[in-house]
Every structure is written in structure tokens, then in C-alpha cells.
Design a binder for this molecule. Structure first.
Ligand code: GDP
Length: 744
């Protein structure tokens, strides 16, 4: 409990003589928080959804009911305070949450850490990072919109990280709300073995509460803010329906839970405890998805959702987390981290989010093993750097609370730690251990960017420095030939959002160019080089000779570059080798075929020559550049393009049309799935062919089709695309055609 809270509480006691019930509850919850919590009393959860499903509103209600905030504000409401979780101006304006803020709260003596995951497809790195540190998630769906494109993306990510989830169908109060349809979509569009745990008591404007199927009772939410939960009997006219849907729930569970399955076959009635146990164990295995109902805006169903989080989502001890030991020495060994909160094992933590807040630079970490106290030293396992922990804090949206220690399972933040997100921290400098690094896709779209006013250059640089540090998929480079600054990222919106943040947060309005697909250039076969750089025009001369082989890396490494120094002896003095490497990397920034980055190439420096007086690092830098140019002239090169995983879901009758369209866009269909009148098509399509797809899909499926897209890999593009790119580049550069033949 912070001193401030003690004072606040004391003041309340003084002024009112008798503290209110909520004040007492709040006070005791702070005290409890300071206690050492058992593993079973911790939940690390995320809330994921398609934009506008009500994730922010729901989070805010959760914080309100759990006593963390005193009042509620509507997102996009008239008051300009905005929802507490949306701490950024832009988010407030758009009503979407971009940054994943971690906040904690307490419900029924359990600590709940909520990692607010961003909703848009272009921010997948943040979603994935958040999902890594979660033990469970709530998937929010709109009762009208149902399963939407982003729901499909989030669903796929949850599958990838094996995150158990609950579905919450929100907005029961909206005109056209139809939770039955959403449940069907969960089953048909996303292949979940899902069933209701709740039924609504009235829909749209008549929405009064919910019926709990397991307990067979009605739940109402009284008081101005629905804060008083009242249980009652199921109304007479709904009893048959409750029985029927309860039976449906048991049936779905019986299919995947052995114990319940046996009872079902023997026609025995399972107890409430039996059913809950089955829901818990199947949700944990992701073989069943419990579906809950409510409306966050109208304050219905939020407390039962919180109860379900405690009841059915796993605690940190139920989720296995691993780390790799001694990876640097080749094959690393995978070890299982010990979630026990006794602090006996060495500390292992993962930095999953960097944020510049009003308090300064914050790094969010999750502790996976051991414990950490204020004053301890920890080491960044990647860089070996030591960090002294002077302050440990927990964040509640934009407020901060100091703590003296944290244990396995806790989420916390540190000040002023210099690291990248995804870095592992340990408290033993000799422990060469890292949590598997987060899957970070390569940026696939780029745009030219420039500040509208040249006076804003400083702010522009500051903004770029911060954003590129926070988000590894947001990259920045200067293109010296066209004299433009290029940003690249995971999609158009991704880059647009950063442009807007530059204006809002850094007072630096910017102009963006047209989006361009980030093609790459690579070699098709090995090619040797022997290049002499020599210049003697008065003054100090320049002399450097490099020879070796440039060769393609295997396809799975075609976005990387590798430099190896295989020289023996002193023909190239060691101090000049870095110059060669820099020359190689620098030239790869812009290929000669189409002007795109070179990647998937290994530069093997094998020999060379130097001059006692005239050699310098610069001379070797230029020699390496000359060598790459030679190899370009001599070798066979090709263009690579980003290929996307595309998932399209639509009513069955449009199946043929959708496949036809994907084929026309150069897509390769990789799979098909369908049930209950809906079909999902999986395909791989070049990103370059995906512009305008959303509109096309909408028009041929009467607005019913949804799709999501995710980066898969780089692959050689078709010869005609390559030809076009080369021709366009030659025109731009004023190069005569055929000067360099395309050897594909
Ligand atoms: P997010 O984008 O998923 O974070 O969604 P928000 O919480 O920003 O909500 C989007 C919009 O839906 C806002 O205008 C909310 O007021 C509204 N909203 C949220 N929950 C409900 C609900 O239960 N019912 C209705 N009718 N509107 C809601």
C-alpha cells in the first residue's frame, strides 16, 4: 500500500468517521496486495478483439468493479477524460488501443494482471509479445458484428502461442444483437468447440442481465453502475430453455472431457463442480471455449466474466514456460522454468514492452522464475550488461505503484533500463540463458516520409528514435540516392499511425509517400570476386584489394546477410576487416537490379592485399562496395517478394468466386475448412497483389466475407513481375535498358 493511499484512507476515515464499504474493501485489497500471493491467486490475462468490439470499455469496467478507478468514462464520450487504459491522445481520438499497457487489479483476493493487447492487424508484433506473457485471454466479440477479420487474426495468434481463452460476446444491448449467431460463427468460422455458459435476459434495449447455465440462476446488475450483483431464480418461462442449453453445454464438454463423457454415457447428472472442473480442464487444453455474455457499456455481465477468469483461466503454474541455455555454443538446451513463488531458483524475466511514459522510460517485464528485490542487480542475457534495480513498480494504466519485490508470475516495470523488447534478464551474470525470442516479422511495406516543416527535424529524429526502439517492425533508413527518408512496417495503417503520432506527440506533422512493397534482391548462385580499389591522384592514395566468394544463403535465411572473415595471414590487416564488412552491408542497402535491399547473401572474405601507406579502413570499405558491384555484373540475381498467409472466411455459396479471385491474384490455395454453411480458405498470396482486396471481397460476398493477412516469407517473384520492376527502376534512374541483363 502506498503512503498516499494510506493517507487517503485515513482522511476518508477522519472526514466521514466511518469509512464506506467500498473504502474498506479498497483498503483491505491494498493490504492484501502487499502480501505474498500464492501462485493460484494470480492471473495474467489479455483482452483481444476486433477494433470497436468494446475491449477498452470492458477493461475500464473491470478496473471500476475491482476498485482500481473511481469513476467510469465512456470511450469517445463527451467528457474529454477518456477511458483510463487509452493513455495516448491518438487512441482517445480513434477509440482503439495501440499500445499494450499492463495494468493490475484485484478481484476476490486474486491478482489479475491485464495486458491490453492492440487490436489492429498491423500491430501483430505487439499482440504477439503480449500473448507471450499471458497465461490466458478473453476474446471479446461484438454481438452484432460477430467474428470479424481481426478476430480471425487474433484467434490464429492465440493458437500459435497456445493461449487458453474465454469468449465474451459484448454489446447485447445493441440493435440487432444476436449472440446465437456469434456462437455459430465461433464454431463455423473459427472451428471452436464452443458453448454458452450464459444466456441473455432480454436483448437490445431490454437487456437486463444474464442466466448462468451451470448454476442455473439469474444474475442482475443493480445500482447506478451495475455494481450490485443480485442473484435470483431463473424466471419460469426460461427454465426449459436453460435446461436445454445446459444440456448442450454438457454435450460439448463430454466430447472432449473424459470424466464428463463417462457420466454422460451412463446418463448420470454431473454436479455443478463436475461441470466447472470439465470447463477448466478443457479450456486449459484449448479443446473447449466457454462463451460468456454481457454488455460492458450498460454494465451487465462484467463481474461474472471476472469470476470466470478466476475459475477457468490458468494461473502461471499451469502454463509451461521454457528458456534456452547456452544457445551461443551452438545447440542450446531447452529448460523448463520453475514458476514457484519461493524465490529459490535464479531470477529469469522477459522484457516484453518498452514505453516512454510521463514518468520516463519504462520497461515492462514478466518474471518467469525466482524473484527480484529492490536493490538487486540483474544482467541482460543478450548484451551482458548489468542493471541495478533501484525502483520496482507496477502500473495501473497511467498510475504507478512502487513494490519492494516481485516473484515468478508477476508483471512489473523498471525505470531507465536500456534494452530491446524481447530481451531476457537474469540475476546471475554467468547464466547464459534466454527465453525464446519473440517471432518478429520483417517489415513488408515502405513509404517515403518527411517533416512538413524543416524546423521540426529535431522532433522528427526524436520520434523516429523512440518508435523504432519500441517496435522492431517499424524501421527507418535514409535513401541517399533519392534523398528521402524511408520508413517501413507491417502495413499501410501501421505507418500511418506512426505518422499521426509524430504530429500529435512530437508536434511534427509529416508527409507520407505512396506505399511500396519491400521487395528484395538476392543471388541465385555463388560468384567469386577479386576487386582492387586504387586511387592515386595526389595526396594520400587509397589502396585495398579484396577477394572471396559471395553466395546465396538458404531460402529460410533469405532476409538475412552474413559476413565471414576467412582470411589467414595479414594480407588484409585485421583492423581493416570491419571496413570490408561495412562496405558489404552498406551496398546491400540498395541493390542494383531494382533499387531494393539485397538480402539472403553471404560475403566470404578470403584474401586481399594492402599497401603500407595507402591502405585505410575507408579504402577497404570502398573495395568491398566495388566487389559487390562486380558480383552484381557477373552473377545471377533475382527479385524476392513478401508472400502473405491469407485466410478468407465466407458463406459457402461464394467459395468458388473467392477461390477464383485468389487465383487471379497469384495466390496458392493451401487449405479449406468448413462447417455450418461457412467456408474458410487458406492461401498464400504475394503482398504486391493484395492491394484493394478488402473492397473486392466485400463486393463479391455481399459484404459477408472476412479476411486476415499475415506475413509468411520472402519468395522469388514471377519473371514478368521482375521484368516490370527492373524496367521501372531503369527508367527512374535513367539507365539504358539492357545494360544489365536480367539473368533469371
Ligand atoms: P475497442 O476498440 O475494442 O477498444 O472498443 P471500445 O471500448 O473503444 O468501444 C468501441 C465503441 O463501442 C465505443 O463507442 C463504445 O462506447 C461502444 N461500446 C463498447 N461496449 C459496448 C456495449 O456493450 N454496448 C454498446 N452499445 N456499445 C458499446
Amino acid at each position: 500500500m502506498t503512503i498516499l493511499n494510506v493517507l487517503k484512507f485515513a482522511n476518508a476515515v477522519k472526514s466521514a468517521h466511518k469509512p464506506s464499504h467500498t473504502q474498506i474493501e479498497k483498503f483491505s485489497s491494498y493490504v492484501k496486495y502487499a502480501e505474498h500471493k500464492a501462485l493460484e491467486k494470480i492471473r495474467n490475462i489479455g483482452i483481444s478483439a476486433h477494433i470497436d468490439s468494446g475491449k477498452t470499455t470492458l477493461t475500464e469496467r473491470i478496473l471500476f468493479y475491482t476498485g482500481r478507478i473511481d469513476s467510469m468514462h465512456e470511450v469517445k464520450g463527451k467528457d474529454n477524460v477518456g477511458a483510463v487504459m487509452d493513455s495516448m491522445e491518438l487512441e482517445r481520438q480513434r477509440g482503439i488501443t495501440i499500445q499494450s499497457a499492463a495494468t493490475y487489479t484485484i478481484w476476490k483476493d486474486h491478482n489479475i494482471n491485464i495486458i491490453d493487447t492492440p487490436g489492429h492487424v498491423d500491430f501483430t508484433v505487439e499482440v504477439e509479445r503480449a500473448l507471450r506473457v499471458l497465461d490466458g485471454a478473453v476474446l471479446v466479440l461484438c454481438a452484432v458484428g460477430g467474428v470479424q477479420s481481426q478476430t480471425l487474426t487474433v484467434n490464429r495468434q492465440m493458437k500459435r502461442y497456445n493461449v487458453p481463452c474465454l469468449a465474451f460476446i459484448n454489446k447485447l444491448d445493441r440493435l440487432g444483437a444476436n449472440p446465437d449467431r456469434v456462437l455459430k460463427q465461433l464454431r463455423s468460422k473459427m472451428n471452436h468447440n464452443a458453448a454458452f455458459l450464459h444466456l441473455p435476459i432480454g436483448l437490445e434495449k431490454d437487456c437486463q442481465g444474464i442466466l448462468e447455465l451451470i448454476e442455473e440462476r439469474a444474475v442482475y446488475f443493480d445500482g447506478d453502475f451495475g455494481e450490485k450483483v443480485r442473484y435470483d431464480e431463473v424466471p419460469k418461462d426460461r427454465r426449459a430453455e436453460v435446461q436445454e442449453r445446459r444440456h448442450e453445454l454438457i454435450e460439448h464438454l463430454s466430447n472432449v472431457d473424459e470424466t464428463l463423457g463417462e457420466l454422460f454415457l451412463e446418463e448420470k447428472t454431473p454436479t455443478v463442480a463436475d461441470i466447472k472442473k470439465a470447463v477448466r480442464s478443457t479450456a486449459l487444453k484449448r479443446t473447449f471455449t466457454p462463451v460468456l455474455l454481457g454488455t460492458a457499456l450498460k454494465n451487465r455481465g462484467v463481474q461474472p466474466l471476472l469470476d470466470a477468469v478466476l475459475e477457468y483461466l490458468p494461473h502461471p503454474g499451469q502454463v509451461e514456460n521454457t528458456a534456452i541455455i547456452n544457445e551461443a555454443n551452438g545447440e542450446g538446451e531447452t529448460i523448463i522454468l520453475d514458476p514457484a513463488r519461493d524465490g529459490k531458483k535464479p531470477f529469469v524475466g522477459l522484457a516484453f514492452k518498452l514505453e516512454v511514459s510521463k514518468f520516463g522510460q519504462l520497461t515492462y517485464l514478466r518474471c518467469y522464475q525466482g524473484m527480484l528485490k529492490r536493490g538487486d542487480n540483474i544482467f541482460n542475457a543478450r548484451t551482458g550488461k548489468k542493471v541495478k534495480i533501484s525502483r520496482l513498480v507496477r502500473m495501473h494504466s497511467s498510475n504507478m505503484e512502487e513494490v519492494s519485490e516481485v516473484f515468478a508470475g508477476d508483471i512489473f516495470a523498471l525505470f531507465g533500463v536500456d534494452c530491446a523488447s524481447g530481451d531476457t534478464f537474469v540475476n546471475d551474470g554467468k547464466l547464459e540463458l534466454s527465453m525464446e525470442s519473440i517471432h518478429v516479422p520483417d517489415p513488408v511495406v515502405s513509404m517515403a516520409i518527411r517533416p512538413k516543416n524543416s524546423k521540426d527535424r529535431d522532433n522528427f529524429s526524436k520520434a523516429v528514435a523512440r518508435f523504432t526502439k519500441e517496435d522492431p517492425t517499424f524501421q527507418f533508413r535514409y535513401d541517399g540516392d533519392n534523398k528521402e527518408t524511408i520508413v517501413s512496417g507491417m502495413g499501410e495503417l501501421h505507418l500511418e499511425i506512426y505518422a499521426q503520432r509524430m504530429e500529435r506527440e512530437y508536434n511534427c506533422p509529416v508527409e507520407l509517400g505512396k506505399p511500396k512493397v519491400a521487395f528484395r534482391e538476392t543471388m541465385m548462385s555463388p560468384c567469386s570476386f577479386d576487386y582492387l580499389h586504387k586511387k592515386q591522384s595526389g595526396g594520400a592514395g587509397q589502396f585495398a584489394r579484396v577477394s572471396g566468394i559471395m553466395e546465396p544463403l538458404p531460402p529460410h535465411q533469405n532476409t538475412m546477410l552474413e559476413f565471414v572473415d576467412e582470411t589467414v595471414g595479414t594480407n588484409i590487416p585485421k583492423q581493416f576487416v570491419p571496413g570490408v564488412e561495412r562496405g558489404f552491408l552498406d551496398t546491400c542497402q540498395k541493390g542494383y537490379l531494382t533499387g531494393h535491399k539485397i538480402s539472403g547473401v553471404k560475403f566470404r572474405l578470403q584474401d586481399g592485399a594492402h599497401h603500407i601507406v595507402d591502405s585505410s579502413e575507408l579504402a577497404f570499405f570502398l573495395a568491398a562496395k566495388g566487389a559487390v558491384k562486380d558480383v552484381f555484373e557477373e552473377g545471377a540475381w533475382q527479385v524476392l517478394e513478401p508472400i502473405m498467409y491469407v485466410e478468407v472466411t465466407m458463406p459457402e455459396e461464394f467459395h468458388g468466386t473467392v477461390i477464383g479471385q485468389l487465383n487471379k491474384r497469384g495466390g496458392i490455395i493451401t487449405g479449406n475448412e468448413g462447417s455450418e454453411g461457412w467456408t474458410t480458405v487458406y492461401a498464400e498470396v504475394p503482398l504486391n497483389n493484395m492491394f484493394g482486396y478488402a473492397g473486392e471481397l466485400r463486393s463479391v460476398t455481399q459484404g459477408k466475407g472476412e479476411f486476415s493477412m499475415e506475413y509468411s516469407r520472402y519468395s522469388p517473384c514471377l519473371p514478368d513481375v521482375q521484368e516490370q520492376l527492373i524496367r521501372k527502376y531503369q527508367e527512374e534512374m535513367g539507365i539504358l535498358p539492357d545494360k544489365k541483363k536480367n539473368k533469371n
